[in-house]
Design a protein around this ligand. Structure first.
Ligand SMILES: [Zn+2]
Length: 482
């Protein structure tokens, strides 16, 4: 990561047939922290953070119809729920793309024409098993007892004219690109999974269009008016249309993506389909970061179980910054784990009220009492801790490193007992040095926390660098009852 001069970060575009939940929030928070970190390293203007919504498809049209509104009205509503949720969570995205944006649709048409010109697209008959719920053809090997395992329904046999993308032509090249590191996939286990997928040769050419009878809410295929563009090219190309591919200055500056964040269930599309499309267009390949699957309080999140959590509910209770902390501190990036929402308040009181908040109170109170609020902030350490961890996507570990410093501060106070030193004038120098060290470490904590808790960090920096340091009237983190 030497000589890094730009950083382009994306989340997947979220499908509007779903409401924003903690799963979407997790991916978006990862991207947000990384974006904030790189802005502090290479400047705001050199970081581009994109998120948005995927708004086409038969399921969207169906949902709109059920509500008696047009698909456009429906997607306007749900897309706004996503963008509002991210505002509420203080997400710092530079742009929010919608696949119904005119600019995006026009760019997709141009991309399709280019792919056709290059011979990557051909017309054919598709015979297959189609699950209406999944909105896609599924293979025999995916069936359980002859049924789609996600929908517990028998798929229909379907033949229709489609236009196809010649995925087969690109598979050997993709394999090579993964092996050489030209296409970066992190973590390593996911990279091996993709290589395994290619070796198994179960990756047929994929449809890029569907008949209008099957999908009537989408972009028109430019050269065949019986067809609508099917999901993959429309959705995946958002990552370049947002940058005004092919001639936009953002595209020239920011592509390839330095971090496409995604969940495991869309790995195949990002690690196989997407590089193939990019190769066909002669565009360099991005880096993929695949995060782990998590359960909530030991259960899989599902509408049936009723344990789907809206990020707005967490923000109402904890505020945006603490919500981010509570989610990211639960488990390491890339691993599969459990988020203990039940214990969020307990964790908040332990780490933020009793840990950081208590240290802030103790240190500022003692500076106010024993040093008349005078501390030399010019001497503060301006380093941050946890930066290497963030660069390596070890977000939880970065937080643990910061918290070690907080624990060290609280332990040092318990050990040195400044209130006893203060009793004797002879200890004045020692007391001064101790409080200076504690304040400086706290300043490091504040700087290091900026990507995670920007406004709390700023608040703390303001307190510590004031002309006269005094204990804050309101605690930084008020205690919550469990
Ligand atoms: Zn299904």
């Amino acid at each position: 990561m030497d000589k890094l001069d730009k950083f382009y970060i994306t989340t997947p575009i979220y499908y509007v047939n779903d409401k924003p939940h903690i799963g979407h929030a997790y991916t978006t928070i990862l991207a947000d922290v990384l974006a904030r970190f790189y802005r502090s390293q290479i400047g705001d203007e050199n970081v581009y953070f994109l998120t948005g919504t995927d708004e086409h498809g038969a399921k969207v049209a169906e949902s709109a119809e059920k509500q008696g509104i047009s698909p456009q009205e429906f997607t306007d509503q749900v897309s706004k729920e996503f963008s509002d949720a991210w505002k509420n969570l203080d997400i710092s995205n530079d742009h929010f793309i919608r696949t119904t944006d005119k600019k995006h649709q026009q760019a997709v048409v141009k991309i399709l024409e280019k792919l056709k010109e290059k011979g990557a697209i051909y017309e054919g008959d598709y015979n297959g098993l189609y699950c209406v719920g999944c909105e896609k053809f599924i293979t025999n090997s995916e069936l359980v007892d002859g049924k789609c395992p996600d929908h517990n329904k028998k798929p229909q046999e379907l033949t229709e004219k489609n236009w196809f993308f010649k995925l087969g032509d690109f598979l050997p090249k993709i394999k090579k690109a993964i092996e050489s590191g030209e296409l970066m996939i992190y973590p390593e286990t996911r990279k091996n999974e993709v290589l395994g997928l290619i070796d198994k040769q179960e990756l047929p050419d994929f449809s890029i269009s569907r008949s209008k009878d099957a999908v009537n809410w989408g972009i028109d295929l430019p050269w065949d008016d019986s067809q609508k563009v099917y999901v993959w090219i429309d959705a995946l190309c958002n990552y370049i249309t947002a940058l005004d591919y092919p001639d936009g200055k953002d595209f020239k500056k920011f592509w390839p993506a330095d971090a496409h964040f995604l969940a495991l269930e869309i790995l195949k599309f990002h690690a196989v389909y997407w590089p193939a499309i990019l190769m066909a267009l002669d565009i360099p390949l991005p880096k993929l970061n695949i995060h782990g699957f998590f359960t909530l309080d030991g259960k899989k999140m599902s509408k049936t179980l009723g344990n789907v959590i809206s990020p707005n509910d967490l923000v109402d209770k904890y505020g945006p910054e603490v919500t981010k902390y509570l989610i990211l501190s639960q488990f390491s990036f890339g691993s599969e784990s459990d988020i203990k929402v039940e214990h969020f308040t307990e964790k908040y009181n332990a780490d933020l009220v009793n840990g950081l908040g208590n240290l802030v109170n103790r240190v500022t109170n003692m500076i106010e009492q024993y040093l008349d609020g005078k501390i030399d902030s010019d001497q503060f350490n301006k380093q941050i801790v946890g930066g290497e961890e963030i660069k390596n996507l070890r977000f939880r570990e970065a937080l643990l490193t910061i918290w070690q410093l907080i624990q060290k501060g609280n332990a040092l106070i318990d050990e040195k007992k400044p209130w006893q030193l203060a009793k004797d004038e002879a200890n004045k120098e020692e007391l001064n040095k101790l409080l200076q060290e504690l304040a400086s470490d706290l300043h490091v904590v504040a700087l290091s926390l900026k990507p995670f808790m920007p406004s709390k960090a700023e608040e703390l920096i303001k307190i510590l660098t004031a002309k006269k340091v005094i204990k804050p009237e309101q605690p930084l983190f008020p205690r919550l009852s469990e």
